[in-house]
Design a protein around this ligand. Sequence first.
Ligand code: ADP
Ligand code: MG
Length: 477
Amino acid sequence: VSLVRREFIDAARLAGYSNARIIASELFPNVLPVIVIATSTTIGWMILETAGLSFLGLGAQPPQADLGSMLGEGRRQLFTAPHVSIIPGLMIFALVMSINLMGDGVRDVLDPRLKSGALGRPSARTEVAGNRAKETATAGETAEAATEAETVLDVRGLATEFRVGAEVYRAVGGVDFALRAEECLGLVGESGSGKSVTAMSLLGLVPTPPGRIVGGRVAYRDQDLLDVSYARLRQLRGGTFACVFQDPLSTLHPLFTVGDQIVEVIRAHQPLGHAKAHAMAVELLKLVHMPNAERRMDAYPHELSGGMRQRVCIAMALANDPEILIADEPTTALDVTVQAQMLKLLNRLRADRKATVLFITHDFGVVSEICDRVAVMYAGRIVEIGPAEAVLAEPAHPYTRKLIDCVPVLGESRRRLDAIPGLPPPVNRLPAGCAFAERCPRARAECRADDVALAPLGDGRSVRCLFPLVSGGAELG
Ligand code: ADP
Ligand code: MG
């Protein structure tokens, strides 16, 4: 009866299930564990009660053997032959305990919550693809050995999977990159290429289950962020690391004023009183050019425009002077004029505050505007990484070339915009060799045979292609 009032039953009703189906698929699996436990406890009690009755001489009569009556008879010889009473006593104990434990075991097997892993330990990483990740890790290390600036965040062989039913979606399949101090690294790729999951994996924000980080290392100073304690992770999130996500309306809490939300971010990381934090929040809103900053502190997210909401998110991200800013398509939900303002703002703040930025986008125009280096992702892996200017001028991977050809250029109105034929491969059925081979005009048989490694190309560039368009600066044709 109590289960019937739970949300999942309401959800099933809303989904239009019939009563019989709700009972069979929602209710019964959830009451089954209770029934099993009740049964095993009752059987245990029954054994104890029969033994008790027989002990008093009210149960089974000799010559019928019974543990309780044996115990009763043995009582008279307790000092001359103690085993006569001790052994039946131990037997009763063992019998009742084993029936209870067996009930527990059967319950654990049947409990839908245990089966789904929802009650399991929410560990940041499980060593499943450890070996695979190690292989990619070494490949990545050689590829990016020459780093001039100090590396603040070193990501090696990062792999994240989603298990939905029997399917395994390799959303991120071994990503390597290093964020250097004060640079802006652009992460580009088509929708679904794993950019957001990469960003969320860095700070352990992937929903678990169904998501799991199955391998890799995210080194910040001498810590592996995938291994640090939850308390430390909370310190880093919003403090050292800040995130701006794509859709500000779903990032902000609808029931709190934006002022309260900024104040909360500040007070979570700095020992400030409410008044001081409030003043600081107003300053932050002014910094991001929020018109009428003081009055807007009391506004709810729905009372603001899209551009204003994103400004609030950027203000929140800047609240604790982050060292690393992760911006996941922060301007995609905005119109072009506001997008241009936001980019200018981000770029200026980056210069002023000396922050390192990981900028996720699918727009090469944005990359050329603010990124120092760019990494191109395809089907969960980085296929090309290098200085933004060089990659934009002379892309080495056929996929990068195609992506750049899709961008319209002002003044080239007669150029035909090339669309890339086909679709990216589904990440639960990745092909054996290069994931792009199916859509690639240069693909040969070798491309489909074996995994292609990210190989250095000189000038700090690396490409995951057997037949790159550029090799060490010389055009191959
Ligand atoms: P994008 O590059 O557009 O940001 P994402 O990183 O969001 O792409 O997604 C990469 C892949 O991971 C997609 O195939 C997506 O379907 C899958 N994915 C992301 N989140 C989940 C989730 N919570 N459950 C199942 N699959 C997911
Ligand atoms: Mg995304």
